[in-house]
Design a protein. Structure first.
Length: 396
């Protein structure tokens, strides 16, 4: 079947697409039996998407901004509906709970089934008093019952996230675990470890725990003064974290946001990967952490905190070491243990890649996703066939 005759699937995100959302694009590009069509409120500076198959409510001008407001407040987007109808999609797959709520009016207008993937804070951040939640998230928390009733299927990126959704009364029979998956051909070891480096990749935000890594590295460098801390990513805490590092750590680098190929190069050359996510006051926790799977695919041992879905991504004592939440002294001990034991690093690294190949390979997981699409489409077709006609035939 050629790409032109494959059924189209609308990949919906409010903003298309931030640099940290490579997993959404990678999953869409890995589809083999469906053609991905991207749709959202507007484009943002971030990942490249094919212009010929990317549709937005707003074009960026003043009229577009008005259309975006109308869409977000009232669910009306006639121009987007018209453009999507022209490509004849078979379903909508929305990423993130709040975006699923936004996509629901589109699904109803187009008469399409809706699948929603929950990735993390959309399922865990339930106390917005302690987080600067955007309007869309607050609206979602008030109206998530509408989404629970209206969507056809909910996908959780980990067992941890599924349990969170069930606690919020999402129907168990409509809530499945589906790991997004990692491109294990792209993320595969090449030259390998170069020097002694602890690598962090992630947003420089409170929940990501970079502060605790910096404090741990101050202790690590007392035993391993040649070890360098490298942080890739940006965020509101960058200035504070750079100050903390300058006061406590001797060898460190903040590289800011980097393209995927540069991230991969640093994963290849690092000794240990460490991203110690914490549980935030809002309830936010790491859902799974694709970067943990990417690091392990590169045969890197992982050190982190045992929070959220991280223990699903990293097996303590087999592919890495997990300390209790916010216990940075233990984090430091684990980092030091791995840095001075090349054999243990190798053992955990090899085991980590084998586990990723077995459980989290992108092509395998995307094939499973296509079977999920098949099931949703078949169920929708059965419901349509069993629906009574609008007008019963008249008897003579």
């Amino acid at each position: 079947m050629s790409a032109s005759t494959q059924p189209a699937v609308v990949i919906f995100c409010d903003h298309l697409l931030y640099p940290s959302e490579t997993f959404i694009r990678a999953q869409a590009q890995a589809l083999r039996r469906f053609t991905p069509i991207y749709a959202g409120s507007r484009r943002v500076r971030g990942l490249d998407l094919p212009s010929e198959t990317t549709y937005t409510v707003s074009s960026g001008d003043m009229n577009g901004k008005v259309r975006e407001v109308m869409f977000k407040l009232f669910g009306t987007a006639p121009h987007l509906v018209e453009r999507l109808r022209a490509v004849d999609p078979v379903l909508i797959h929305s990423h993130f709970g709040p975006d699923g709520l936004r996509a629901l009016p589109l699904a109803r207008k187009l008469g399409l089934p809706l699948i929603v993937t929950f990735h993390g804070s959309d399922a865990t951040a339930t106390d917005v008093r302690h987080v600067k939640a955007p309007f869309g998230h607050r609206r979602y928390l008030v109206q998530r019952g509408v989404l629970r009733r209206g969507a056809n299927l909910f996908l959780a990126v980990s067992e941890f996230i599924r349990e969170k959704l069930l606690e919020q009364h999402f129907p168990a029979e409509k809530t499945l675990v589906h790991y997004v998956g990692v491109d294990t051909k792209l993320f595969s070891p090449a030259q390998g470890e170069q020097g002694s480096t602890v690598l962090y990749v992630g947003r420089l935000a409170d929940r990501k725990g970079a502060e605790f890594l910096i404090r741990a590295m101050a202790e690590v460098q007392k035993e391993n003064p040649a070890t360098e801390l490298v942080l890739i990513g940006d965020g509101v805490l960058r200035g504070d974290l750079e100050k903390l590092a300058s006061e406590n750590v001797k060898r460190y680098r903040f590289l800011g946001v980097q393209p995927p190929n540069v991230v991969r190069e640093w994963l290849d050359r690092a000794s240990v990967f460490c991203a110690p996510s914490i549980r935030g006051r809002s309830g936010e926790e790491e859902a799974f952490g694709m970067v943990f799977a990417e690091a392990q695919a590169m045969e890197k041992p992982v050190v982190s905190f045992a929070t959220g879905g991280i223990p699903e991504a990293v097996l303590h004592g087999e592919t890495g070491l997990l300390a209790p939440d916010r216990d940075w002294p233990t984090l430091a001990q684990y980092l030091s243990l791995l840095l001075k034991n090349a054999g243990l690093r190798r053992k955990y690294g090899v085991a980590g890649r084998q586990r990723v190949l077995r459980l989290f390979d992108l092509n395998t997981q995307t094939s499973a996703l296509e079977k999920i699409y098949d099931g949703v489409l078949e169920a929708a077709a059965i419901r349509e066939r069993s629906r009574p006609p609008l007008y019963a035939p008249q008897e003579n």
